[in-house]
Ligand binder design. Structure first.
Ligand SMILES: *Cc1c(COP(=O)(O)O)cnc(C)c1O
Length: 262
């Protein structure tokens, strides 16, 4: 950012919870780095797989645009998206020369002033959202975040006891939403996923890009409790064994030890 003396960089885009690797970015530090360089770029953050699962602070962290969706931690079908927009980002959008229609904020902001939408909203999803927000509030956000962090910890305990590696190398960036697991050299993650899908009807995330075949991903976000996680990890352990992966089959017990502690 400091090297960009002509200020040609308009925005820094960050994914809060990186869903393909299980890494949670330190967004507040990114803001501090931009500010330390004295750069006016906007900070845009994707929180699709973190909102409602991992602590996130749009205002406190000085984020300009936060984008979220209904389909992950908010426990809804896909179809809704939410934008939180700072005054600075709103000003930038007013003068931006980028042609836009579908992505234009103006019509929805205008219509929302009177409680309306410029187009037909996904009404049934909004009723669903009302209910999922009620659920999150009833549990309390700190408890929701702690539940996800604890399930992530139990999952990592299982992975390590199996003798496998968690892909995320920095413990400050462990994801509460999902854990990506690195397979031993010469063993195909997609084969394990296929066996688990066929035998136990459980779908695990695949490795993307460079990680294809190297990792599989265990999701533990949203409407998820201790026994859901225990069942998930039991399926993963059996799948790894059925695929002939060299693991120590004590991973599930290691996870149960974490869960039993409460
Ligand atoms: C799931 C996910 C998306 C995908 O959202 P779409 O609505 O399918 O575009 C984007 N970003 C992150 C971080 C996600 O986890």
């Amino acid at each position: 950012m400091a090297a960009d003396t002509s200020r040609s960089i308009k925005a820094v885009c960050v994914v809060h919870n990186e869903t393909s690797t299980g890494v949670t970015s330190r967004v507040a530090d990114v803001r501090r780095a931009i500010d330390a360089a004295g750069h006016p770029a906007l900070l845009l953050v994707d929180t699709i797989s973190s909102l409602g699962s991992i602590d996130y602070r749009h205002d406190e962290w000085g984020v300009d645009v936060t984008v979220a969706g209904s389909q992950k931690g908010l426990m809804l079908p896909p179809g809704l998206s939410f934008n939180a927009v700072s005054a600075k980002a709103l000003d930038a959008s007013r003068t931006a020369a980028l042609p836009k229609s579908f992505w234009d904020w103006k019509p929805i902001i205008e219509a929302n002033k009177n409680g309306f939408f410029p187009y037909t909203p996904a009404t049934n999803l909004l009723y669903g959202l009302e209910e999922s927000l009620r659920m999150l509030e009833a549990e309390g956000l700190p408890a929701v975040f702690a539940r996800h962090a604890r399930h992530a910890e139990a999952t990592r305990a299982a992975v390590r006891a199996w003798g496998l590696e968690v892909l995320c190398a920095d413990e400050r960036e462990y994801s509460g939403s999902l854990t990506a697991v690195l397979m031993p050299e010469g063993h195909d993650a997609d084969k394990v996923r296929e066996i688990i899908l066929e035998r136990f009807d459980m779908s695990l995330g695949t490795g993307l890009g460079r990680l294809a075949g190297r990792v599989f991903r265990i999701g533990h976000l949203g409407h998820f409790n201790d026994l859901t996680l225990a069942g998930t990890l039991a399926g993963v352990q059996m799948g790894l064994q059925l695929a002939g992966t060299p693991i120590d089959p004590v991973g599930l017990n290691a996870a149960l030890d974490v869960l039993r502690r409460g």
